[in-house]
Design a protein around this ligand. Structure first.
Ligand code: GDP
Length: 470
């Protein structure tokens, strides 16, 4: 064991001891992780959740809010000085200000502490006064969880697996052509390394646009302040000799540096300290993109979810040291694109997408749930007469043109297998017709005092995630 490992272990031990003491004697802390792939809806979710916990008029499904147990809620300085603060005020102003628009998305890890004054109910009600429960919300890109897979693979294995996936993707053609010559590069040069890393990042960007979700290494698309650093200047290479001083040898070294200096610290400093987790998933977006995107999403979710089975990875098991994330909610976001008559179908598809991963290991005993939510409702429901029958639609304002439009996205099947089976079998298009979504802007909010922004089932999600601790 290296000295660094020992020191890391000691810090974590001391920290968890501190957490335990403060939980037992002082003020309980719930650390809630919010993750999901890029554009899944993390920023909007956190902003609306916090606004709706501060003003609880639209939270009847959160028991402690409905029965008045929460007397007040307020923002406090967060406990971690070195983690950027979630820009709640800016995001709320974007969503609910005079010209409402969607806020800037998650690009890195950030944190916010919301504290709730709660009067204990039940047997304890008469015995103790109100207590304060701190909710530390930690926002981080789901792409970073995909990096866990890198810890199990050396550079050669990772290269082989990645290039095999790229082989049939037109988006990767330019990168593959460039990479072919790389093993022969006997002496390393920075411009060669940069050209390869850039071409690989271009591929990842194109793959994301095409609806793919397997976009590791996670920092290539969301580099933050590591942009341009050697730890991000590598790319998968075809097999070949790896002599001292050659380009392949240096690439392998940088891959290891990425794992050691980027991947491990994230899991150690952020992930391993979470108690509860919500995984947001843009299921409707994937269905809209087609069967290939749905199958790819299913696989990416399986990879993401393996992070919630600490036993699977020796490094993670050591970090968790008997602690665990004990509740995980999978939420299909943007459900306001659908009339409520279709919400159950969306929740069922969400559940089915993670079913394989759940069946494999039940996430070490964590309680899991699947739901369809909209953190910010941008539409209203209506029905239209069309071809002699009533059609359920939602109405909203289109983001691009500012015009009002009605959307009937298409019917989701009652049985999720009707979508997931053809996706698994590699179907090119949906047999039962198209499924569309629209890019709606947030609606002008006329909030009454005591009310947060309009949403769908955000209160139920909050009840699942933190209700038992209030
Ligand atoms: P992040 O990358 O996970 O932080 O994603 P964001 O929270 O920034 O959301 C990405 C985009 O999804 C937003 O810009 C909106 O266009 C859309 N979106 C997110 N949440 C909702 C929602 O509740 N309803 C609707 N209609 N669109 C949403």
């Amino acid at each position: 064991m290296r000295l660094g490992d020992v020191a890391d272990g000691l810090t974590r031990g001391a920290e968890s001891l501190q957490d335990t003491i403060s939980q037992a004697f002082f003020e309980p802390v719930i650390r809630l992780g919010v993750t999901g792939l890029s554009r899944a809806g993390k920023t909007v979710f956190i902003t609306s959740l916090v606004a709706n916990l501060l003003n609880r008029g639209r939270m009847p499904g959160l028991r402690a809010a409905a029965d008045g147990a929460i007397s007040t809620a307020f923002l406090q300085p967060q406990p971690d000085d070195m983690v950027p603060r979630f820009a709640y005020e800016d995001h709320l102003a974007a969503l609910t200000g005079p010209a409402p628009h969607w806020p800037e998305s998650t690009r890195s890890v950030s944190e916010l502490r919301l504290s709730l004054r709660v009067q204990p109910g039940g047997l304890l009600a008469g015995l103790s006064g109100p207590r304060t429960v701190h909710l530390d919300i930690v926002d981080y890109p789901g792409e970073w969880l995909l990096d866990l897979g890198l810890l199990d693979q050396g550079f050669a294995d990772w290269s082989r697996a990645t290039l095999a996936r790229l082989a049939n993707r037109p988006e990767a053609a330019a990168y593959l052509a460039l990479a072919e010559g790389a093993p022969a590069l006997d002496s390393w040069s920075e411009p060669d390394a940069q050209a390869l890393a850039r071409a690989f990042t271009d591929y990842l960007q194109a793959a994301r646009k095409a609806g793919y979700s397997d976009l590791a290494p996670g920092r290539f698309l969301l580099p933050g302040d590591l942009d341009g650093s050697p730890a991000l200047t590598f790319a998968p290479l075809p097999p070949g000799p790896s002599r001292r001083g050659s380009l392949p040898r240096e690439m392998a070294r940088r891959y290891d540096a990425y794992r050691r200096n980027v991947v491990k610290p994230f899991f150690r400093d952020h992930f391993s300290r979470l108690d509860r987790q919500i995984v947001l998933v843009d299921v409707l977006g994937a269905i809209h993109s087609g069967p290939r995107a749905v199958e790819d999403l299913r696989q990416a979710l399986a990879d993401i979810l393996s992070a919630f089975r600490p036993g699977r990875n020796a490094f993670l098991a050591q970090l968790f040291l008997g602690r665990r994330i004990d509740r995980i909610l999978f939420a299909a976001t943007k459900a306001d694109h659908l009339h409520h008559a279709q919400h159950d179908q969306l929740a069922a598809i969400m559940g089915a997408l993670v079913e394989d991963a759940r069946a494999r290991a039940d996430f070490a005993g964590a309680r899991t749930g699947a739901m369809a939510i909209a953190a910010l409702r941008a539409t209203t429901e209506d029905s239209l007469r069309h071809d002699g029958r009533d059609l359920n639609v939602v109405r909203g304002v289109l983001r691009a043109s500012g015009k009002r439009a009605a959307l009937h996205p298409g019917a989701l099947p009652d049985d999720p297998a009707r979508l997931l089976a053809p996706a698994r079998q590699g179907a090119g298009a949906w047999l039962d017709g198209e499924f569309s979504i629209m890019d709606f802007a947030p609606q002008e909010a006329r909030l009454k005092p005591g009310e947060g922004p309009p949403h769908i089932r955000l209160d139920r999600a909050a009840e699942f995630l933190i209700g038992d601790r209030l």
